[in-house]
Write a protein that binds this ligand. Structure first.
Ligand code: HEC
Length: 135
C-alpha cells in the first residue's frame, strides 16, 4: 500500500499541475476562436463574429485602463447584453448577441483569456488595414 501511494501521489500532482498550466492563448483557441478568428479574414462574408482584434480594439477604446478592460471582458463573456456591448451596433445586428459562455471556463481562466486579448490585440496602429471596419 505504501509503495502504491508513493507511486500514485506524484502522478496525481503532475496531472493536477498540468490542468493548471493552460495559457490564455490556449484557452482562447479552445473556447473562443471558433467564433473570433485571430487572423485577418480573407472573406469577411464567412465571419460568424467580429475577429479578436476588432472586439479588443473597441473594448480598449471604451475602457482605456487595463483593469477596467479586463473586468468588462470577463463580465461580458458570461453576461452579454445589448446595453453593455461596446462593439458597433451593426455588429450585433449582423451576428446577433454573443451567447453567454458562463460555466465554460473558470473565473481564473476567463481572466487569463481577457489578459491574452488585451496584451495581443487591438493596439493603436497595429495592422491598421486589417482592423478597419471589421467589427
Ligand atoms: C458562438 C460564437 C461565440 C463564441 C464561442 C464567443 N463569442 Fe464573443 N462574440 C460573439 C459575437 C457574435 C459577438 C458580437 C456581438 C456582441 O457583442 O454580443 C461577440 C462579441 C464579443 C466581445 C465584444 C463585446 C461587446 O462589447 O460587444 C468580446 C470581448 C468577446 N466576444 C469575447 C469573447 C471571448 C473571450 C470568448 C471565449 C471565452 C468568446 N467571445 C466566445 C460570438 C461568440
Amino acid at each position: 500500500m505504501k509503495t502504491l501511494m508513493l507511486f500514485l501521489l506524484p502522478t496525481l500532482f503532475i496531472s493536477l499541475a498540468n490542468a493548471e498550466v493552460k495559457s490564455g492563448a490556449e484557452l482562447f483557441t479552445e473556447k473562443c476562436v471558433s467564433c473570433h478568428i485571430t487572423t485577418r479574414p480573407d472573406d469577411r462574408s464567412k465571419l460568424i463574429a467580429p475577429p479578436a482584434m476588432g472586439i479588443t480594439r473597441h473594448v480598449k477604446m471604451e475602457y482605456p485602463k487595463k483593469e477596467d478592460a479586463l473586468k468588462f471582458i470577463v463580465d461580458y463573456i458570461q453576461n452579454p447584453s445589448k446595453e453593455k456591448a461596446v462593439c458597433i451596433p451593426r455588429s450585433i445586428k449582423r451576428f446577433g448577441l454573443m451567447p453567454s459562455q458562463k460555466g465554460l471556463a473558470t473565473d481564473e481562466e476567463f481572466i487569463k483569456i481577457a489578459n491574452y486579448l488585451y496584451d495581443n490585440f487591438g493596439n493603436r496602429g497595429q495592422r491598421r488595414n486589417s482592423n478597419q471596419g471589421m467589427n
